[in-house]
Design a protein around this ligand. Structure first.
Ligand code: KIV
Ligand code: ZN
Length: 390
């Protein structure tokens, strides 16, 4: 079971491979999922939600193989509140050195209407499914989906049932990105204060970004007592996405003066995994995206450049090196050589052999002859099917 051993530590559960992959069009291949799981494992993610094993053969295979090849992270599989889902999740997870079953059900009035269950019938289902999961695995996470639109008394009641049935993590999802930071903090604080047994479990926060408040809501939940943040790389996820891992992790690092909680993430690995997730999911990162956007460390105006040259802290609150960016930005043009091209492509997530580099270098030179500057996206296009962006 993943326990928080000190009060300052916040666990990071990454769900890029589950909630992230649920974004329409973000499907990844089996090999890509294994690669991303390896990078998450290396960067210090505490729990990897690797998929939804009953959803498809592909998800089942991905979860079981990720469970076998990762070394540090707990591997988690999602299951609805149905016994066959939970059995299937366990089947995929059982060979992992450390695994977690995550089971959920929609508890708000709108979500209860879908299976047409009364409050009592749903409470009974939660009791049965969480205890079934707990009989298989000693690390069980339970989520009341749409918690932030669930009646307060009912939410307290079902959280207590899940704890008594053996859940060790209670995740409070803001499924539709409806909540605001003060409410988010309050909700967790009151659950911890009022639900019997709450001090025995870890509370998690899982926010969606429909109103652009996912990062603020996640951090507020931590201030309220949550000790696990659920997030994805680049904020990938359904609709407007999930909380972005890089944002919460860097916010906790940069503002440790007012948010004294630490994660286990090696932040220097952020840029590489961000680029790999953008490439394999086919979801490019917006230029002005916090932390990992192309312009997040770029300065163009004269005043900013002047300030930067005198003291980088004038306009930068983080060092590019902290997220794995080299401080020097290579400007690619017709005078650039092969070594610079190789380094630039490596930065962009492409590792080339000598022959491949030779071929790309010829095409790069043709392009550089026609363009003043060859931008990162030109190089990515060049790498994809020999695209010529002009
Ligand atoms: O957003 C959500 O409610 C979820 C649950 C499955 C935890 O992703
Ligand atoms: Zn979600």
């Amino acid at each position: 079971m993943t326990k928080v051993t000190d009060a300052d530590r916040v666990l990071i559960l990454d769900t890029t491979l589950r909630d992230g992959e649920q974004s329409p069009g973000a499907t990844m291949t089996h090999a890509e999922k294994l690669e991303i799981a390896g990078l998450l494992d290396e960067m210090g993610v505490d729990i990897i939600e690797a998929g939804f094993p009953i959803a498809s053969e592909g998800d089942f295979r991905a979860v079981s193989e990720i469970a076998k090849v990762t070394h540090n992270s707990v591997i988690c599989g999602l299951a609805r509140a149905r016994l066959p889902d939970i059995d299937r999740a366990w089947e995929a997870l059982k060979h992992a050195p450390r695994s977690r079953i995550h089971t959920f059900i929609g508890t708000s009035p709108l979500h209860r209407a879908i299976p047409n269950l009364t409050q009592d019938e749903m409470a009974e289902r939660i009791q049965q499914t969480v205890s079934h999961a707990r009989n298989l695995c000693d690390d069980v996470q339970w989520s009341p989906m749409d918690a932030t639109r669930t009646e307060w008394d009912y939410l307290k009641r079902v959280v207590e049932i899940a704890i008594k049935a053996g859940a060790s993590t209670i995740n409070i999802p803001d499924t539709v990105g409806y909540t605001a930071p003060e409410e988010s903090a309050d909700l967790i604080r009151r659950l911890i204060e009022e639900v019997p047994g709450a001090d025995e479990v870890v509370f998690a926060t899982h926010c969606h970004n429909d109103l652009g408040m996912a990062t603020a809501n996640s951090l507020a939940a931590v201030a309220g007592g949550a000790r696990q943040i659920e997030c994805t790389i680049n904020g990938l996820g359904e609709r407007a996405g999930n909380t972005a891992l890089e944002e919460v992790v860097m916010a906790l690092k940069v503002r440790s003066d007012i948010m004294p909680w630490r994660t286990n993430i090696d932040t220097t690995k952020i840029m590489n995994i961000s680029r790999r997730v953008a490439t394999v999911s086919g979801f490019p990162v917006q230029y002005n995206k916090a932390i990992v956007g192309k312009n997040a460390f770029a300065h163009e105006s004269g005043i900013h450049q002047d300030g930067m040259l005198k003291n980088a802290e004038t306009f930068e609150i983080m060092r590019p090196e902290d997220i794995g960016l080299s401080a020097t930005n290579l400007i690619m043009g017709k005078h650039s050589g092969r070594a610079a091209l190789r380094a630039k492509l490596r930065d962009l997530g492409f590792e080339l052999g000598d022959n491949q580099l030779k071929d790309v270098f010829v095409r790069f030179k043709e392009l550089a002859d026609r363009k003043k500057e060859v931008y990162d996206e030109d190089l990515v296009a060049l790498m994809r099917a020999g695209d010529d962006p002009e």
